[in-house]
Design a protein around this ligand. Structure first.
Ligand code: F6R
Length: 608
């Protein structure tokens, strides 16, 4: 949440790079944007309410130059998303960009106001600039002023500082929110992630919790939370991060939906030995076969992947499994028995609630597995073992390929745990892994139905409310379908376990409420189909997602059928995710919403 960047360029103007960097992290928030540079030693800013396009217009009207600068794209937490509250927040002495929340800002603000300091914004960030400024005025050096200010702050943050009259100095600090250092031919930079830095740097290192980085005189000096000078591993920025574009697609979301066969294939290739159909997971620092319980935690779409995994673990591994959203889990603070495993799923690896839940589970003596798309992320760093989804950068705010690659990893992990516990024979495991390897080709087939799904969306788009139903592993997919539709088309949608319909939601059935039923050929198919009949008997209009033979059974009584290839039920969640993604996508396109950057949302939710 909020994208931040700071660049020092020995070769000249940084503003185009700042703007390009901000564009690359615009998915983190797009309420307002701004840049600040030094012009003859003075801090100069350009800020604008709205997206980076508006900031660019502002820069065209009133250009800004400078060889050192900072930039920000905001997801508002404190204060309206108006220009006055847009970052960089600055005094005459210092400008700062901030991702995160300063939790004790009100206490600090009152204290500073009592000393006569005047505040100009409603942001929590301004206490940082005012505190640093007061320390600079007392004669502290920039680094001392920053370090002493950080000592007063509570909450989670990544901050980048630019100082008046210091044309070769940027200071970055991280506590709770991510911050990376970029190294280029003529540049040193700080940014929220490698994506932000890829336009001006070729190598990157990630700051650890509590680190302060000083970028000056072509050098980077990092000190850790205890004040000791440290080195952090520098790695090349991946090609995937460097070359982010929409290609021939109208939106990143559609491109990412179409990337799924490839990225699922690449993810599975790291986890399954195709010749022997055995798992090839990294060595676990604990005994998979000795686990007594699994707790699976995540937020949003990643939580839906967690829900699917519970079905797989219980069925295949016969291990007790709990699943929870991180924001509830962390404050419920459930008792946990030693010997359990806690599995955390996160595309960004930075979701604040998921990270806090991980820390709780660790304290409670659980083994920690992280499933992340960002290997350098906080969740990855704090886990005992990391299994990576190889989805590549996901720019569309609505998660698609991250979800299905999570499912791919979780499916393999479920098989591995089941085998280790002796609950699954080698032969059965080999069959399941072989089936998983078929998913990329089957998803290609599903994508072939794209045009038909776009026609179904023309009808769904006219609805005010939509119901999604499923049983078994299709239940979390119903939740995911409803979430996808809500977040990008703004149509109200609810996902239910199909068996729950008669306990209340059946009252909602009406001819103008589409009911999307996800019905793979699994052990509960006939039960789901009975629920379809119940809906039809009440004049419900059903979109049935199932295979052609099942759809044919309804002999024209459905509003629409979406035909799926026949497959083993084990891989159904990966296949059936595709039509629900496409349905939401096309409904949003017809509605004319901002598909890749839906209102109020942001990716990488680093505040709770
Ligand atoms: C929805 C979506 C969100 C994320 C959620 C968790 O399309 O993308 O619901 O799934 O914010 O994010 P991560 O996976 O980064 O922890």
């Amino acid at each position: 949440m909020c994208g931040i960047i700071g660049i020092r360029n020995e070769g000249g103007d940084v503003v185009p790079w700042l703007v390009e960097g901000l564009r690359r992290v615009e998915y983190r928030g797009y309420d307002s944007a701004g840049v600040a540079t030094l012009v003859e030693g003075h801090i100069e800013r350009r800020r604008a309410q709205g997206k980076i396009d508006v900031l660019e217009q502002r820069l065209a009207e009133k250009p800004l130059s400078g060889a050192i600068g900072i930039g920000h794209t905001r997801w508002a937490t404190h204060g309206l998303p108006i220009e006055r509250n847009a970052h960089p927040i600055a005094t005459a002495r210092v400008a700062v960009v901030h991702n995160g929340i300063i939790e004790n800002f009100q206490v600090l603000k009152r204290e500073l106001e009592a000393l006569g300091h005047v505040f100009e914004t409603e942001t929590d960030t301004e206490v940082v600039t005012v505190l640093v400024t007061s320390l600079l005025e007392e004669g502290a050096s920039p680094l001392t002023a920053v370090a002493r200010t950080l000592g007063r702050l509570e909450g989670s943050f990544a901050l980048v500082f630019l100082f008046a009259d210091e044309d070769d100095l940027l200071i970055g600090a991280r506590r709770g929110s991510p911050l990376a250092i970029g190294y280029g031919a003529s540049t040193l930079a700080l940014g929220s992630d490698a994506l932000a830095l890829a336009s001006c740097a070729t190598r990157v290192s990630y700051l650890a919790e509590g680190d302060i980085a000083v970028l000056a005189k072509g050098q980077v000096t990092i000190s850790d939370a205890a004040g000791a000078q440290v080195e952090r591993l520098v790695v090349p920025i991946s090609k995937a991060a460097a070359g982010v574009g929409k290609g021939r697609y109208a939106h990143f979301m559609l491109k990412e939906i179409y990337e799924q066969p490839r990225v699922i294939g690449e993810t599975l290739a790291e986890l399954i030995e195709p010749a022997t159909r055995t798992t090839c997971l990294p060595a676990f620092p604990f005994e998979l076969g000795a686990l007594t319980r699994a707790t699976i935690i995540a937020c949003g779409t990643s939580y839906h992947a967690a829900c699917v995994m519970r079905y797989w673990l219980e069925k295949l591994a016969r291990i007790p499994a709990d699943v929870d959203v991180a924001s509830e889990f962390r404050y419920r603070a459930p008792p946990m028995q030693e010997g359990g495993v806690a599995i955390f799923i996160s595309q960004s690896g930075e979701t604040a609630d998921t990270l806090a839940a991980l820390r709780y589970a660790k304290e409670a003596g659980q083994h920690i597995i992280a499933i992340v798309n960002q290997p350098g992320s906080s969740i990855a760093r704090e886990a005992d073992i990391v299994l990576s989804t190889l989805a590549g950068p996901e720019i569309g705010v609505a998660s698609t390929k991250a979800f299905t690659t999570q499912l791919a990893v979780l499916a393999v992990l479920s098989v591995a745990i089941a085998e280790a516990r002796g609950a699954l024979s080698r032969e059965h495991a080999a069959t399941l892994l072989g089936t998983l390897l078929e998913t990329p080709a089957l998803i290609e087939e599903v994508l072939g139905g794209d045009e038909h799904i776009s026609r179904v969306a023309l009808w769904v788009e006219r609805a005010r409310d939509v119901l999604y139903l499923g049983r078994g592993t299709a239940f979390p997919l119903a939740l995911e379908g409803a979430l996808k539709l809500k977040e990008i088309s703004y149509i109200h949608a609810e996902g239910y376990a199909a068996g729950e319909m008669k306990h209340g939601p059946i009252a909602l059935i009406a001819s103008d409420v589409p009911i999307v039923v996800i019905a793979p050929r699994d052990g509960v198919l006939e039960k789901t189909l009975s629920n379809v009949e119940e809906a039809l008997a009440r004049d419900g209009r059903v979109v049935l997602i199932s295979d052609a033979e099942i759809i044919a059974r309804f002999e024209g009584r459905l509003a629409y059928g979406i035909s799926m290839p026949r497959s083993d039920p084990f891989i159904a969640p990966l296949l059936y995710a595709i039509p629900v993604q496409l349905l939401a996508y096309y409904a949003a396109v017809v509605r004319g919403t901002d598909v890749d950057q839906p209102r109020n949302l942001a990716k990488s939710v680093t505040v709770e």
